[in-house]
Design a protein around this ligand. Structure first.
Ligand code: ZN
Ligand code: ZN
Ligand code: ZN
Length: 373
């Protein structure tokens, strides 16, 4: 094979790894983020400044790729005489001029962004549109940094391709840019989905969803986020707005999401619990987010405890006297966690101990509290 072609192929391979490192290289540390980690600082602690620096460094580093190609070719394919400027072909000379201009232009661009401590960086300009009249982009940045430090945020992906949702913000990072939107200012819609028969990570069919995030009032450009359909349940928990599915895309849910849906539908048909007027209902002690809205009452017609049980049968249901302390979702998750994990088909007919007093209950005994959703 011609040396020029060989050098080109090898160079493209390494440049490809450098621009879009596969997961193995991200963990092995051969990425801009890892090479420059000292200068970039901590993503968890100073999210916005980290990404301002990361995108700037990436623009500069990637602009050297054509020049690197020219130098490698000159070194490993000497028959092209690329290092003797009086003998080199006009085409190659043009390539050399462009590959020298690119790093120059990108350095000028980053220097411009860096003026007044990054006031001119595209991300800083974006943030200045997100604050109110009295706030600067720096105050918006520090609000995002504070929320990103919390452990209860949703994240998916690697630093250069990250989707993060905090209490008030939805953020997507890409190689050269970062998109930010406020949760109160967005419409979300499921734009399309892709299915892949095999994922190299776990040998199962995977579905990726593309969700369009459209800012309403801030005037920012819409962007789309992409994630595994199994992550949708966690994402929804963190989102304040619903995701519209106007195209009726069928979403592959995780096993626990599918069970939770079946659990909720079953409970809707059960009898309801009417709380006595003096009963005070507190927040669910599982998630601390929703009001407790279920009560365990033995309403199924299983034989009472004092009758002899057929051997090997599940324990009979027992009346639970606990006050309502759980929401429907947390009760569903608890119930699923007490079932045989290898036999999901038996879960709906299974039994579980009450999370507080250990009294056995079945799905029929879970009663929604009247007037609490
Ligand atoms: Zn709960
Ligand atoms: Zn109980
Ligand atoms: Zn029961």
């Amino acid at each position: 094979m011609d040396t020029t072609v060989l050098v080109t192929i090898v160079y493209c391979f390494f440049a490809g790894i450098f621009v879009a490192p596969p997961t193995e290289f991200v963990s092995a540390g051969i990425t801009i983020q890892n090479l420059l980690s000292g200068w970039l600082g901590s993503e968890d602690f100073n999210f916005i400044y980290y990404h301002i620096k990361r995108t700037s460094a990436t623009v500069i580093a990637h602009s050297f790729i054509p020049l690197g190609y020219y130098l490698s070719l000159g070194l490993f394919a000497p028959e092209q005489t690329l290092f003797s400027l009086d003998q080199v072909e006009a085409g190659w000379l043009l390539f050399l001029v462009i590959s020298l201009l690119l790093p120059g232009l990108s350095c000028i661009c980053v220097l411009y962004w860096h003026r007044k401590k990054w006031d001119y960086h595209p991300l800083a300009r974006q943030l200045s549109l997100l604050g109110d009249a009295n706030s600067t982009w720096r105050s918006v940045a520090s609000s995002i940094n504070v929320e990103f430090r919390r452990v209860d945020k949703f994240t998916s992906g690697t630093p250069s391709r990250l989707v993060a949702v905090t209490d008030s913000w939805i953020i997507k990072t890409s190689t050269y840019s970062v998109n930010v939107a406020h949760q109160n200012d967005i419409h979300l819609s499921l734009s399309d989905s892709e299915e892949h028969a095999l994922s190299y990570q776990n040998q199962m069919a995977v579905q990726y969803l593309n969700i369009q995030v459209s800012p309403v009032e801030s005037g920012l450009k819409p962007f789309s986020i992409r994630l595994n359909s199994l992550e949708l349940g966690d994402l929804k928990e963190k989102l304040q707005a619903p995701i519209r599915n106007a195209r009726n895309i069928v979403i592959h849910q995780s096993l626990s999401d599918r069970f939770l849906q079946a659990f909720t539908e079953t409970i809707q048909q059960n009898s309801v619990f009417i709380p006595p007027p003096e009963m005070e209902l507190e927040q669910c002690i599982g998630c601390m987010q929703k009001p407790s809205n279920v009560k365990l009452q033995r309403v199924c017609d299983a034989p009472p405890d004092d009758l002899p049980q057929p051997t090997g049968a599940a324990p009979a249901c027992v009346q639970c006297f606990c006050r309502p302390m759980w929401c429907l979702e947390c009760m569903g998750k608890w119930f699923a966690s007490r079932q045989d994990q290898l036999r999901p088909d038996t879960w709906l007919s299974g039994k579980s101990p009450c999370p507080t007093c250990r009294a056995t209950f079945c799905l029929l005994d879970v009663c929604k509290i009247l007037g609490r959703d």
